[in-house]
Each structure stands twice: as structure tokens, then as C-alpha cells.
Design a protein around this ligand. Structure first.
Ligand code: CA
Ligand code: CA
Length: 193
């Protein structure tokens, strides 16, 4: 079994253990942003998650559910996003239009969203790390409470900027419905592998 397959099983068990009863924080509503982990282009925000996802994918996924919580429980959407790396880009899609994760301001995929794109899928190995965001875009520092990875990318969320140091959550996950209390609303950088 490859390392990341074991990781997927472990994350599933952990997700059950961490399943929250209620949202701990009131998340700002109606903001759906897209940013590249690779290009350095500025973040762009939309009022609609469907529009954000269409832009994140270069027009290849135009029918994402408007409710981002429903969207992340939608296996058809997950399959479309996970299949993006294998598809030839359309004339609209840039090479960077692969969704590697969706970050949420609320627990259990609630609240506002930050869709993060990369140039390719992640491989099956934890090392090397494919993408690193050493700080988060404006308004997103210390505001993330859950996330889901795509394109085979597992993420490690860090307490501080720089994606280094001992105070990270010590593991890569494909999805988390909540973070431990010391990292809840405290994420300041992210790495994907
Ligand atoms: Ca922090
Ligand atoms: Ca890797």
C-alpha cells in the first residue's frame, strides 16, 4: 500500500473522530475567493461559489453547487475536480487551473471559501512537497476551520507563516472537518503533497 493510500484511510477515521457538533465561530458569509499557489497572481473573490469554481478551473467546471457545503459533499464535483489534471486544457483554461484544495472559514465545509489552484496534480509520495503557500492572502490569515484537498493533494496546515517550525499539525490530510483547538482559526500557511 502506498503511503498516501494509508493516509487516506487514516484521514477517514480521523474525520469521524473529529466530526464537530456545532460550528465554533460565526463565519463571514458570501465570499468565495480563488488564488493560485504557484502564479503569484492576486486573489479574486466572487459572491457565488459556482462562479468561483468556474474561474478556478478555467471554465471547465461550471456547474458546481451554489452551496459550498453541499458542493464538498458532492461526489460528482469531486470527481470532476480530481479528473482535471488528466484532461487537456480547453482554450480557456490555463495550465494552473487545477484545484488542489478548498479552504473554509467554518467547520465542516461551511462559511466562505478559498479555492486554491496549482499547475499539476500531486504525486503519490509525501516528499517532495508539490506546493507551498508561505502566507495566506489578505483576509484569510487565522480564519480557516476546515478544508478538502483535490487532485491527489494532501495538505499540512501551519500555525505560523513560512510553512516551517514545530507548531504545525504534524501531518498531511486529504480533508479535515475541523482542526484541533490550537490550530482552529489560527492557520497561517499551508503545504500540499
Ligand atoms: Ca496563525
Ligand atoms: Ca508529493
Amino acid at each position: 500500500m502506498r503511503i498516501k493510500q494509508r493516509l487516506a484511510l487514516g484521514a477517514g477515521v480521523l474525520a469521524l473522530l473529529l466530526a464537530p457538533a456545532t460550528a465554533a465561530h460565526a463565519a463571514p458569509a458570501g465570499k468565495h475567493c480563488v488564488v493560485s499557489a504557484s502564479s503569484g497572481a492576486p486573489m479574486v473573490c466572487y459572491s457565488s461559489f459556482t462562479t468561483a469554481m468556474a474561474n478556478a478551473t478555467g471554465g471547465r467546471v461550471t456547474d458546481a453547487p451554489a452551496n459550498p457545503k453541499a458542493a464538498l459533499n458532492d461526489e460528482k464535483l469531486a470527481k470532476k475536480l480530481n479528473d482535471l489534471p488528466a484532461k487537456a486544457p480547453s482554450t480557456l483554461a490555463a495550465v494552473s487551473n487545477i484545484v488542489i484544495s478548498v479552504e473554509y472559514t467554518g467547520e465542516s465545509f461551511g462559511g466562505s471559501t478559498l479555492t486554491i489552484t496549482g499547475t499539476h496534480a500531486c504525486d503519490d509520495f509525501l516528499s517532495p512537497v508539490e506546493f507551498t503557500m508561505t502566507s495566506l492572502p489578505s483576509g484569510w490569515n487565522d480564519d480557516i476551520e476546515s478544508f478538502k484537498g483535490f487532485a491527489n493533494c494532501a495538505a499540512m496546515h501551519f500555525l505560523h507563516i513560512g510553512a516551517t517550525g514545530p507548531f504545525n499539525d504534524n501531518g498531511f490530510f486529504f480533508s479535515r472537518t475541523s482542526f484541533p483547538s490550537w490550530l482552529d482559526d489560527e492557520v497561517s500557511s499551508i503545504a500540499w503533497t
